[in-house]
Design a protein around this ligand. Structure first.
Ligand code: PRP
Ligand code: URA
Length: 212
């Protein structure tokens, strides 16, 4: 489902079912991690829909035939630490040759502004199809900062995969960078006074790593 230009809501029934279990306050860290990973894989399936193909030939046990193989750029997965880490393995199960970059950001609890504490990216990041991953797109400050880092290092093709977004986050990111393509499983109602997505799922990092 197209929510706005460059924003796709992945509303497949399997995705929506898994998202319901993910939101549930009774879901513990083990199941939460598994669901985040599975959702990331399903989102990546949708986010790679426009990857380029080239013709190839293959010999089947019966005869030679013309087929298609991936022909576009190589992929980089860039989790925003910490919670983005939970989405990496699911995407790697589809794209095992992807390189991984890491951007460490946390939200200052008072100002809600992103604070950078780590950045390590593949050298050829500018030549890759980049998937930034972070389960939560709240004010959009963290994602916008990550996109800005990557653009400053030459990134041309950037996708953002976030499981749950607030309308405020989508607006902020698409305003800051109109070329980024955004994939989410749900756009929730609003942000509360502490910058949490409502209804959301609470603090994604704490639920993933059991630090509640
Ligand atoms: C969460 C989340 C995003 C960010 C979203 O991380 O994983 O990175 O908040 O909020 P924003 O859109 O308003 O920037 P947090 O800062 O809690 O750090 P953590 O992943 O280390 O828990
Ligand atoms: N970060 C989270 O982990 N959850 C939210 O709802 C907002 C930001």
């Amino acid at each position: 489902m197209q929510y706005a230009p460059n924003v796709t809501v992945v509303d497949h029934p399997l995705v929506q079912h898994k998202l319901s279990v993910l939101r549930d306050v009774r879901t513990g860290p083990k199941e939460f991690r598994e669901l985040v990973s599975e959702l990331a894989m399903l989102m990546a399936y949708e986010a790679t829909r426009e990857f380029q193909l080239a013709e190839s030939t293959v010999m089947t046990p019966i005869c030679e035939t013309t087929t298609k193989v991936l022909a576009g750029k190589k992929v980089a997965i860039v989790p925003i630490l910490r919670a983005g880490l939970g989405m990496v393995d699911g995407i790697l199960s589809l794209i095992p040759a992807a390189k991984i970059g890491h951007i460490g950001l946390y939200r200052d609890p008072e100002t809600l502004q992103p604070v950078e504490y780590y950045c390590k990216l593949p050298e050829d990041i500018g030549e890759r199809d980049i998937m930034i991953v972070d389960p939560m797109l709240a004010t959009g400050g963290s994602a916008a900062a990550a996109i800005e880092f990557l653009r400053a290092r030459g990134a041309k093709s950037v996708r953002l995969l976030s499981i749950i977004a607030a309308p405020e986050g989508i607006a902020a990111v698409t305003k800051a960078d109109p070329d980024v393509r955004v994939y989410v499983c749900a756009v929730d109602s609003h942000l509360n006074d502490h910058g949490y997505i409502v209804p959301g799922l609470g603090d994604a990092g704490d639920r993933l790593f059991g630090t509640l």
